[in-house]
Design a protein around this ligand. Structure first.
Ligand code: TRP
Ligand code: ZN
Length: 874
């Protein structure tokens, strides 16, 4: 870094000096040199009392200013100032017109922000601050304008020309070029602007809204992928219907477009009426996509669609308010998926994601509140905290107010704020006002970082038949926030009798550091089911006895807590065993007798009253990273060995049951992505994986046979995942087969890269280095980098943390290489090196050395600088 980058603070917010009412853009598309002409009508902001003589300051980066006119007159060189961050001049009056011409180079845009080229198509990505790479503008979400966009491009290479809103005209021009004009009647911030141009295939359908309007739905993909759009289209229609039914929200234009592109920094983007997607979250057919891919497509298509109201019609005042749209929209997509599929399984998945991604963030060097107070680079704050914890905060309001009260609050929110750019506080106020409640204490969830820890204790008075539950809460300090307050949270509990009857169930409103709750008429000493459905996003420090956990696994009426009891039981066994292993080096001995645990798992596996997807989930032991979170220092090799040993013990104890589950869940029907069929496949995959864990060769043969005969990608990947960790010729056969089938399929081949990056085999790093030379791999495509390089650090704890430190050095090299091309993606991948505090001194010092090496890099981006510098701070 040449100079210390500037820190942006929430408390410094001021309203814009000028507003922009209308925007007219004309694009002359060219891969090397696109000309953008912009005509902006500006007006002084009455809220600021600005006017003639005040400075107009427009953001702009990485482009050439060709001309600048104010009210039709070119500004002389001494009347404006232009540098690498923007353009400034004095306002001539309170209301004036600015005309700007700029030149940009889409083909050289490796950051994939602004206008760039993906395969052969042009596309844009403007959130958060990409519009300033297209033209000079007030690039902030509280400046909302209506847009009219003209696109000129060669007809041959760009038959499709798209932007936001309605198509006004299509015209042929001279020299083989043609023109489209688009007009978006809804005022929007520039981060929702989009343009797409290219030779794309189109799949079309329609939706009739609740007021009877027909909306044309179009999905644009590369030619040849038309047969992979059905599920995305179906998901879109179901999402549109769901938003009408559950939120009373109707789509507001006659056209809704989705475009799938191969080069994309994240999952998808909610541009008004022109969503742009990472192709992997659109394209699916049974022989290319797994059940998990289908699930993700459904939820991300819904997520982006839901943003039309929660994000676009009502947007954020500033980027500190990002969770206003993201937390709310994640909660909406989670609930949509729960209604489409199994609610408990959805909740388990969502909590697993929170625990795997958000809890470590909240307990580490990058901890920040759901509504952050400062940032260096806003792209670094599209985090699990803003998204997943933000969704939990909305969910808690839903729980506290009930479905009806929540809906009243939502209705008031949209009634008050439609067409505005608002704050998280405005959202909470709508919830309060609609329900006559006070959320002063609850609001702390937006400002306080860190995961609260709860401990509880039960005392039963057999004479009085009174049960007393004492709950304590405490949140540890986080960087820059040492003092923590007590939070308000809903804690759902159940009290169970020994015969499984539910004696009592309630949602507790916890508000104090230590609080007693009394329950009367409790006939016997109950078993406590605590924080049912994960109603509060907290860690629970209290571990019930193994007997109680086995009882809850078999009897809890709350499905989430049945699963949770199994996880707690397994964690408790594994953590004790890791400690013993560090002394003895013998994983089997360290585990000791685990028969009771195996019996409890058996009861779940064979309980036909339970959903198969749930049973499959319940068989999966806590992951290595999750276990590492609970140990200090964490020994990755010990965790790996002990977890493998427990898997083998379970596999041997339940071998008959797994064989039966494998046999009984074979499907004879054609593949269908529905939740029930997916659950059946998931149970069979778990069975296969455990059978292989017995160590018996016949089951590796079984996996190879399944690979060879699979007629869908879910079964194929399940088999390949088993083979991937083996020393067996079947592994090479299957990997080679997969490569030859899908080498030219850019979405599918990523599965092959990431699988090999995940292998627990000790030659994995060498394999990854070789795979970087593979013709299908390129550092310029974020999906490729995430699949091969990101997966290694995020999902291969054993090899990334290999004691010699080679994993760390390799990873730091890749981050620095990527930083030169795409800093946003480089920074998003950097977090694993910041986990050094969790490991032994030797590993910690090696990880810190790599962070120092990164910080010493020439031309380090602000993005990677922010993550690396915060990660290394003591
Ligand atoms: N708003 C998008 C979403 O949540 C995510 C997003 C933010 C994004 N910045 C991006 C997507 C940059 C792609 C590139 O759906
Ligand atoms: Zn979103």
């Amino acid at each position: 870094m040449s100079e210390q980058p500037q820190v942006i603070r929430r408390e410094d917010y001021t309203a814009p000096a000028f507003l922009i009412e209308t925007v007219e853009l004309v694009f002359d598309l060219d891969r090397e040199a696109t000309i953008v002409a912009s005509r902006l009508s500006l007006v002084a902001n009455p809220e600021r009392g600005t006017g003639a003589g005040d400075m107009v300051s427009l953001d702009g980066e990485d482009m050439k200013l060709l001309s600048l006119k104010v009210d039709g007159v070119a500004l002389p060189a001494d009347a404006y100032e232009v540098d690498t961050t923007g353009l400034r001049f004095k306002a001539p009056s309170e209301r004036f017109v600015v005309e700007i011409e700029t030149r940009i180079s889409p083909v050289n845009n490796t950051r994939l922000e602004g206008l760039y080229v993906s395969q052969s198509a042009y596309c844009t990505q403007c959130e958060a601050e990409g519009f300033r790479r297209i033209t000079y503008f007030m690039d902030r979400p509280d400046v909302m304008a209506t847009y009219r966009v003209t696109i000129n491009a060669p007809r041959e290479s760009c038959p499709v020309l798209l932007s936001n809103g309605n198509l006004v005209s299509s015209t042929d021009l001279e020299d083989g070029r043609h023109q489209a004009v688009w007009d978006d009647p809804f005022p929007k911030p520039c981060y929702l602007f989009a343009l797409v141009a290219g030779d794309l295939a189109c799949v079309e359908d329609s939706f009739k809204t609740m007021s009877g309007r027909d909306v044309a739905l179009r999905i644009f993909v590369e030619h040849g992928n038309e047969d992979r759009c059905d599920y995305a289209m179906d998901s879109l229609k179901r999402a549109m219907k769901w938003d009408e039914d559950v939120y009373g929200l109707e789509y507001d234009l006659d056209l809704f477009n989705i475009v799938a592109v191969s080069d994309f920094n994240m999952g998808a983007m909610e541009n008004k009426s022109l969503n742009v997607f990472n192709a992997k979250y659109i394209l699916a057919k049974s022989d290319t996509a797994t059940d998990t891919d289908y699930e993700l497509i459904e939820s991300i298509v819904a997520h982006e669609y839901f943003h039309n109201w929660s994000g676009n019609r009502v947007t954020c005042r500033d980027w500190f308010q990002l969770s206003l749209k993201e937390g709310l929209t994640v909660f909406r997509d989670q609930e949509f998926s729960s209604d489409q599929r199994s609610r408990p399984v959805q909740r388990i998945n969502d909590v697993q994601r929170l625990r795997a991604g958000q809890f470590p963030e909240d307990g580490g060097p990058l901890a920040h509140p759901v509504r952050p107070d400062s940032y260096i680079e806003i792209n670094n704050f599209y985090t699990a905290t803003v998204y997943q914890k933000g969704a939990e905060v909305i969910r808690m309001m839903h729980t506290l107010l009930g479905a009806e009260g929540y809906r009243k609050g939502i209705d008031l929110y949209f009634e008050r704020h439609d067409g505005q750019a608002v704050t998280c506080d405005d959202f909470v106020r709508a919830m309060e006002d609609a329900n006559g409640v006070n959320f002063d204490q609850f609001r702390l969830w937006y400002s306080q970082a860190g995961t609260p820890n709860l401990v509880w204790e039960g005392n039963y008075d057999a004479d009085k038949k009174v049960f007393c539950l004492t709950i304590e809460q405490k949140t540890e300090p986080t960087p820059g926030q040492t003092l923590k307050s007590d939070l308000q949270m809903p804690v759902k509990i159940g009290l169970l009798a020994r015969d499984g009857r539910e004696l009592h169930a309630q949602t507790i409103d916890l508000t104090q550091a230590k609080q007693d709750f009394l329950f009367e008429d409790i006939a016997e000493q109950p078993v406590v089911s605590f924080n049912r459905d994960f109603s509060a996003p907290v860690n629970v420090g209290t571990t019930p006895s193994h007997d109680d956990l086995a009882f809850l696994m078999g009897n809890d009426t709350d499905a989430f807590n049945r699963w949770e009891a199994g996880q707690k039981y397994a964690s408790d066994l594994l953590i004790a065993a890791v400690r013993a292993y560090d002394k003895s080096g013998d994983a089997d001995a360290a585990l000791g007798n685990v028969d009771a645990f195996c019996d409890a798992l058996r009861a779940t596996l064979t309980n036909d009253d339970l959903d198969k997807a749930f049973r499959a989930q319940a068989m999966i032991l806590p992951g290595e990273a999750m276990l590492a979170e609970q140990l200090r220092p964490a020994d990755p090799e010990a965790i790996y060995q002990v977890r493998q040993a427990l898997r083998q013990k379970v596999a041997i104890a339940l071998q008959d049951e797994f064989e039966a589950a494998y046999r009984h869940n074979a499907s004879n029907d054609a593949y269908s992505p529905d939740a029930t069929s997916a659950g059946q496949r998931a149970l069979r995959a778990v069975a296969l994986s455990y059978l292989a864990a017995t160590g018996e060769g016949v089951f590796i043969d079984l996996a190879l046979a399944q690979y060879r005969t699979a007629d869908n990608m879910t079964d194929r990947m399940a088999a390949l995942t088993v083979l991937n960790n083996q020393d067996h010729p079947g592994r090479e056969e299957a990997l080679a087969d997969f490569e030859s089938r899908f080498a030219n399929d850019t979405v599918v081949i990523d599965k092959w890269f990431s699988l090999q990056a995940m292998s627990s085999r000790t030659d994995t790093l060498e394999q990854i280095k070789k795979l970087m030379e593979h013709p299908a791999f390129t550092m310029r495509n974020p999906n490729k980098v995430r699949a091969l390089v990101g997966t290694f650090a995020m999902a291969n704890q054993r090899n990334f943390h290999a004691a010699d430190g080679r994993g760390y050095a390799f990873y730091a090299d890749r981050l620095m290489e990527l930083d030169n091309l795409n800093p946003q993606v480089a920074a998003r991948l950097a977090a694993p090196l910041g986990k050094w505090r969790k490991f032994d001194e030797d590993r910690a010092s090696k990880m810190k050395a790599e962070l120092k090496r990164i910080l010493a890099k020439e031309n380090l981006s602000r993005d990677l600088y922010e993550i690396a510098s915060k990660s290394i701070a003591d």
